[in-house]
Design a protein around this ligand. Structure first.
Ligand SMILES: C[S@@+](CC[C@H](N)C(=O)[O-])C[C@H]1O[C@@H](n2cnc3c(N)ncnc32)[C@H](O)[C@@H]1O
Length: 230
């Protein structure tokens, strides 16, 4: 095993064989929307029209990503998802809706974030990340100190990180880790703030399955203009 490679945070990258239409979209549409495979990501070259930049990590089937992109046509969206069937489903939604403001990457969001310039993102969604509920698998959770440090680097001052889970232990884990990262502040002032989704939220496929052990918890963190704790 490559010891420099971070632990895998996701399960399968492919399940059933793609339907012919989806396979066709992976062949024909994905190359037009895909981020460059390597090297620093030049956001101006990628999407010259100025506008806020939003990243959705682990978009699943892409329902939320595409719905947000259609509601905010002036905003640019990057979606990252390692699961090929999810990417194919997202391509179908993009084509059906003729969404023009989405770029995709099939792979690990941590690898994309490492190639983004400092202070480039206005909003980041992490919706129902793989919960890895067993204690011995907690190290596979996406929310880890190193990941949060990198997120802080690529988020603009005042940018929001929106996180949702329906696993109580993952909600507590996330709050604990975010509290330790000086560059983020949890914005909640009352219980309704974490009990209710954000305005304009679109139910995700995983959320609808209600597989967790609690009602969804909606956590919003703001990137503060502060240096990391030394
Ligand atoms: C439980 S599913 C939720 C999918 C979607 N957000 C939803 O709510 O329907 C978690 C998703 O995160 C993806 N994922 C896990 N680790 C990831 C990573 N490092 N980068 C990008 N996506 C990741 C998985 O492939 C999976 O599709």
């Amino acid at each position: 095993m490559d010891e420099h490679r971070p632990l895998r945070t996701y399960g399968r990258i492919k399940a059933r064989t793609l339907k012919p239409r989806q396979a066709g979209l992976v062949e024909s549409l994905l190359p037009h929307l895909a981020l460059p495979e390597e090297g620093p990501i030049d956001l101006v070259a990628l999407a010259p029209e100025a506008g806020p930049l939003v990243l959705e990590i682990g978009f699943g089937g892409g329902e939320h990503l595409v719905a947000q992109a259609l509601t905010h046509p002036e905003t640019r969206y990057i979606g990252v998802e390692p699961f090929l069937n999810g990417v194919a489903s997202c391509l179908r939604h993009i084509e059906e809706a003729n969404a023009q403001n989405i770029r995709l990457h099939q792979g690990d969001a941590r690898e994309v974030i490492a190639r983004l310039p400092d202070a480039s993102l206005d909003l980041v969604y992490v919706l129902f990340p793989d919960p890895w509920p067993k204690l011995r698998h907690h190290k596979r959770r996406l929310i880890q100190p190193e990941f949060l440090g990198e997120l802080a680097r690529v988020m603009k001052s005042s940018a929001e990180l929106r996180f949702a889970t329906d696993w109580a232990n993952y909600a507590a884990w996330t709050l604990e880790h975010l509290t330790r990262e000086a560059r983020f502040t949890w914005t909640a002032e009352r219980a309704e703030d974490w009990r209710n989704p954000w305005l304009g939220h679109v139910t995700t496929r995983y959320e609808a399955k209600k597989l967790g052990d609690c009602a969804p918890v909606w956590l919003t963190f703001v990137r503060e203009d502060r240096p990391p704790k030394s």
